[in-house]
Each structure stands twice: as C-alpha cells, then as structure tokens.
Design a protein around this ligand. Structure first.
Ligand code: C2E
Ligand code: MG
Ligand code: MG
Ligand code: MG
Length: 289
C-alpha cells in the first residue's frame, strides 16, 4: 500500500540525497586541485555583428577537463566554486588567461569574461582587472566584463562604486542572461552597461508562430537602443533564428549557428585561414542552398 511504502521511500530519497552530497564533496575536492593540475582551459565563442557578419570578439568560457569524468560543465562546477570559496582564484585565472590570449588576436577583437557576483562584491576586483590589463598589454576597451542581475542582490556589494571604478578603467560592461533573473528595470537607470545580452531562453522558440518571444526581444532592443546600449542574442542555433534575430534589429549574435566555443589554437587557425575574416555580405555559416 501507499502507506506501507512510506518508510522505504523516505530511505530511498534520503540515500539519494546522501549520494548527491557525497558526489558534490568529491567534486569540490577535485576542483580544489584542478587549476594547479592544469585541468582548466578557456574556450572562446565568436560574437558576431548581426547586420554585417563581422566577428567583433569572443566570449571566454571556462572548461574543466576532469581526468576521470571528462569535460564537466561550468553550469555544474561554477556554483560549487562559488560556495567553496574557489571562485576568486578561478575567476582571476580566467581573466588573466583571456587577456593574455586576446592580446595575441588579430584586429581589435574584444574578449568578454564572465565575472561572478562574488568577484564583483570584492574590493580588489578593479586592481585585479588593471593588473591583468597591464600584464597582458590588452587595451581596456577590448575587455568586456559580463555580469548578471544577481550582482544587485549580493550582500555588502556597493554596486554603484564598483561600476564607477570599472568604467574609470575603461573596460566595457555587459548585462548577461537578461530577462531570466529578478529583472527590475530600476538598475538600468544608473548602471553603465554597454551591452545587454538577451538570454537564450528568449531565442529558443522565437521562430514559433505563437511565441511571444519575438515581441519581448524587440522590446528589449528598443529599451537598449534608447539607453545607448548594444544587444547580443545568445544561443542562436539555426539559420531561421538568425534571420529572425536580424529582423528584430538585435546588434550582435552568438551561438552554435556560427561556432561552438573553441580553444585559442583553433581560434587563431580560423582567423589565419580567413574563416572569420568575414566580408560584409558573405555568410559566416555554410548554407545548404
Ligand atoms: P553564459 O555566460 O550565459 O554563457 C553562454 C552559454 O551558452 C555557454 O555555456 C555557451 O557554451 C552556451 N551556448 C553558446 N551558444 C549556444 C547555442 O547556440 N545553444 C546552446 N544551447 N548553448 C549555447 P557554458 O560554456 O556551458 O557556460 C555556462 C555558464 O557558466 C555561462 O553562461 C556562465 O554563466 C558560466 N561560466 C562559464 N565560464 C565562466 C567563467 O569563466 N566564470 C564565471 N563566473 N562563470 C562562467
Ligand atoms: Mg556570459
Ligand atoms: Mg548568458
Ligand atoms: Mg547563462
């Protein structure tokens, strides 16, 4: 009976939870050594100007190649790093690596680096940024910091002061995953963002006839334009989505339709081969027609 199975089920859930907690503990231990063991690397995904197809920069995305478990998604290990006090070291490593590698790229291509709310709440972030810029020689205007709305909820963070200090350094600021958080528009009044990144959840079914996502995307674009900010649509996977997003006047696009995130060696090869030296009219992707 349902009643009779109650205890057994409780035990089942309980041991499941214990297993999950144990998995997480082991992962956290492995994460502690991952940097020194050389298991981390940075992948880069092109950011493309929607109307011209020109690659304007790349987003840096951390990758962990675990010796037994293979690639582990940052969506899984970044939250663990944040809880376990490891995000500061990881974040510094990614920032320095991304600046060093971007400094070797051709042209004036930018690099966008994700910054955890915990890093953003730290007084030492501006010093770290200026040190990473100085050590790499990357001009500040070619570094874009991606932050999420959650920075506005972080305890003890003086966001206005941090924004002012970062702008003084000359770096660019992007609001990541826009539309997925607590989305108060209040902070857009004062926060000096250069770009709003429209979350991929709005792109996903935007091409469906009954979807309201197209309307939402064009409203975000209008808002951004009125505030003098650029827009990037994330997670464009198909040519249909790409053409809709272009019609909606989103300024930049990013997604598998152009490229998966790739290592710096592949990035340099592709630039060398002209794969991303994209002519204004030429398609950046192979079309089947
Ligand atoms: P995000 O910053 O919003 O990054 C975009 C994510 O979308 C990346 O996932 C990217 O690989 C993925 N993506 C790009 N194009 C497509 C597409 O066409 N379709 C789909 N389905 N996905 C696409 P990734 O690399 O797994 O990173 C997940 C999240 O982990 C990031 O979301 C970011 O929040 C966090 N993250 C990654 N690297 C770092 C880092 O260095 N520092 C911090 N603090 N967080 C990071
Ligand atoms: Mg991002
Ligand atoms: Mg995002
Ligand atoms: Mg995200």
């Amino acid at each position: 009976s349902a009643k009779g199975s109650g205890r057994g089920r409780f035990r089942f859930y309980s041991s499941d939870l214990l297993q999950a907690a144990e998995d997480r503990r082991v992962l956290e231990e492995d994460l502690r050594d991952a940097l020194v063991n050389g298991q981390m690397w940075v992948a880069y995904q092109p950011v493309v100007a929607a109307q011209t197809n020109i690659v304007t920069g790349f987003e840096a995305l951390i990758r962990w190649k675990h010796p037994e478990r293979g690639n582990i998604s940052p969506a899984l290990f970044i939250p663990i790093a944040e809880d376990a006090n490891l995000i500061t070291d990881l974040g510094e490593w990614v920032l320095r690596k991304a600046c060093q590698e971007a400094a070797t790229w051709p042209g004036k291509m930018k690099v966008a680096v994700n910054v955890s709310p915990i890093q953003f709440a730290s007084d030492t972030l501006p010093q770290l940024i200026s040190s990473a810029l100085a050590d790499s020689g990357l001009p500040p205007g070619r570094l874009e910091l991606e932050i999420t709305e959650s920075v506005f909820l972080q305890d003890g963070a003086d966001t206005d002061k941090m924004f002012a200090e970062l702008k003084k350094l000359g770096v660019r600021l992007a609001l990541d995953d826009f539309g997925t958080g607590y989305s108060s528009l209040g902070y857009l009044k004062t926060a000096p963002f250069d770009k709003i990144k429209i979350d991929q959840s709005f792109v996903r079914d935007a091409t469906q006839p009954e979807s309201r996502n197209g309307a939402i995307i064009s409203a975000i674009v209008a808002l951004a334009e009125a505030l003098g900010m650029e827009t990037t649509a994330e997670g464009i996977e198909s040519l249909d989505q790409l053409s809709l997003i272009r019609d909606l006047r989103v300024s930049h696009v990013q997604g598998y339709v152009y490229s998966q995130p790739v290592g710096n060696d592949v990035l340099l090869e592709k630039c060398e081969a002209g794969a991303w030296e994209i002519a204004p009219s030429g398609p950046a992707v192979q079309r089947s027609d």
